[in-house]
Design a binder for this molecule. Structure first.
Ligand code: NAD
Length: 293
């Protein structure tokens, strides 16, 4: 078997098109655009391009994206003053604080200053907790986990009743993905670095979601014939043939697992584009909810 490719770029493009149509209507109705503020502390080039990509997506989707950059040396008070002013600014509907913050900044205090109504990243403990409680609705679901579910749904993958295995239990990916899959009525197992026989668990997975950060950790022998794999991992692998000296790869040995899987997301071009698309969706949702009061 050679796996079908789940094209995250194409699916994300569809979502951007939907967001753009809704954002244009929103602006027509209300006279302003949904606004996203990004906060970056420091000049790390990777973080700069991360933030730049989000602001560019805002422009393309008819949202207002505003970039705030503070120097690496900014004090806790300075960061808090910025986040608090954005929290109070009615033209800003979503706030994205680029993590990690420099070591001298208390991350939790800063994130707590982002009001729930503007938590478009979905990292607030209340939003995470609500995903896990039946009958509750999170204001915002974290973008990457939401993107994983959207990829499955838009690829017509049956989630209900499936054995889903998530590798990784971080609060930004693994845990929320597992909770969302549970909400969709999958039978969910979470694996992590202390899992004893990872392959024995993953071989039972109809849906496998590696979110680890280790290239080639998931090999062909760990995958059930016909499984669907959503590879969240993003890893740099040395590659002398590339100008920059490396290429990006997921957590799976892509070629190997593709022989057994029914469908798989590539890296890059799988989950990554979905994260930005879901952030645009969350920002639009934030603007609409704030309008409703
Ligand atoms: P993390 O380091 O917080 O968590 C990694 C998880 O993997 C941990 O729960 C750990 O227990 C587990 N793990 C580590 N080694 C393991 C092993 N040998 N066997 C089983 N489990 C193991 O990382 P994270 O922030 O959750 O991100 C995970 C990956 O997803 C990273 O590669 C990251 O770059 C990627 N990511 C991608 C996107 C995207 O938009 N595509 C967004 C967020 C994160």
């Amino acid at each position: 078997m050679s796996a079908n490719i789940i094209d995250g770029k194409a699916i994300a493009k569809d979502i951007h098109t939907e967001v753009r149509a809704e954002a244009e209507q929103f602006e027509k109705d209300n006279g302003y655009k949904p606004g996203l503020a990004t906060v970056l502390v420091g000049e790390d080039p990777a973080s700069q391009s991360y933030v730049k990509a989000k602001v560019k997506a805002c422009e393309e989707d008819g949202l207002m994206g505003i970039k705030h950059v503070l120097p690496e040396s900014a004090s806790q008070e300075e960061v808090m003053a910025l986040v608090t002013s954005l929290a109070e600014d009615p033209s800003i509907h979503g706030i994205l604080v680029k993590l990690p913050l420099p070591g001298h900044i208390d991350e939790k205090t800063v994130l707590d200053a982002v009001p729930l109504s503007k938590d478009v990243d979905g990292f607030h403990p209340a939003n995470l907790g609500r995903i896990g409680i039946k009958g509750e609705e999170a204001d915002f679901v974290a973008c990457t986990p939401a993107g994983v579910i959207e990829l499955l749904k838009r690829s017509d993958v049956q989630i209900e009743g499936a054995n889903a295995v998530v590798i990784g239990r971080s609060k930004i990916v693994g845990l929320p993905v597992a909770l969302l899959l549970l909400n969709e009525n999958a039978t969910v197992t979470i694996c992590h670095s202390r899992t004893k026989d990872l392959g024995a668990v993953t071989r039972e997975a109809d849906i496998l979601v590696p979110a680890i950060g280790k290239a080639n950790l998931v090999t062909e022998d760990m995958v059930k014939e016909g499984a669907v794999i959503i590879d969240v991992g993003v890893n740099r692998v040395d590659d002398a043939t590339r100008k920059r000296g490396y290429r990006l790869a997921g957590d799976c040995d892509f070629e190997g697992v593709s022989k057994r899987a029914r469908a798989i997301t590539p890296v890059p071009g799988g989950v990554g584009p979905m994260t930005i698309a879901m952030l645009m969706k969350n920002t639009l949702r934030a603007a609409k909810r704030q309008l409703e009061g």
